[in-house]
Design a binder for this molecule. Sequence first.
Ligand code: LIP
Length: 265
Amino acid sequence: MTSAADLLEIATRIAREAGDLAARRRREGLEVATKSVAADIVTAADKEVEAFVRAELERERPEDGFYGEESDARESRSGITWVVDPIDGTVNYAYGIPAWAVSIAAVEGSADPATWSAVAGVVYNPVSGEMFRGSRGGGAWLGETRLSVTADVGPAGGLVATGFGYDPATHAPTLERLARVMPVARDIRRIGAASLDLASVAAGRMDAYYEKGTNPWDHAAGVLLVEEAGGRVGGAPGGRPGKGMVIAAGPGFYPRLEEILEPEL
Ligand code: LIP
């Protein structure tokens, strides 16, 4: 049995190499294609970087499963599955906005996000050079600094990150939800990469994050970072974070956000 620390080391090395490969490809030029709807894009680099991560993991951990954004899932024979977004924040990547990340998590249990439990995770922004790392029971870290969420928010409300799905059909309910959150928000940030939003909550740079419609690879590593930084993460009240909803915040602010978002969960 490999320790969470060992899995974290593997994730860190591969995320760094993958992120640096993506950054190099960005400098060389972009090849963009459309995915589910017009605004949902994939670059040739997304696919190449995922193939790189997959091959590296297969070499290091041939028995483990794989669940990534750009390729087919592979069943685990070891009990560990790697959940990978090669480039989270693809639109930022395509536009040259320096807020995109490689997100890699090792999860235990089945490959079903409703039941798995993350044991190690990294979110790496190659442009800033920031590598957020966390392991179950080992804390969340940025370099030598141990991360902590903000415990609570003052009368001005929380600095709240969120995201908007690509599908135009989701825009009206997204804006209605945002209107409900505004009274408890000192301001809103829409950075464009769920993994970095969650890492920011873990680092206390943001008081909270919520979003409906994200995929497991967008949030698997970031959720672990927030939990290990002392925060709360959930989906529907009492439920796990998932495509239906991800809410992440410090323990003081979390119940207020959950209550506001609850009616439609
Ligand atoms: C993105 C998320 C973001 C969300 C976008 C998209 P991608 O992931 O990180 O939070 O609002 O709709 O899902 O597509 O860049 O990997």
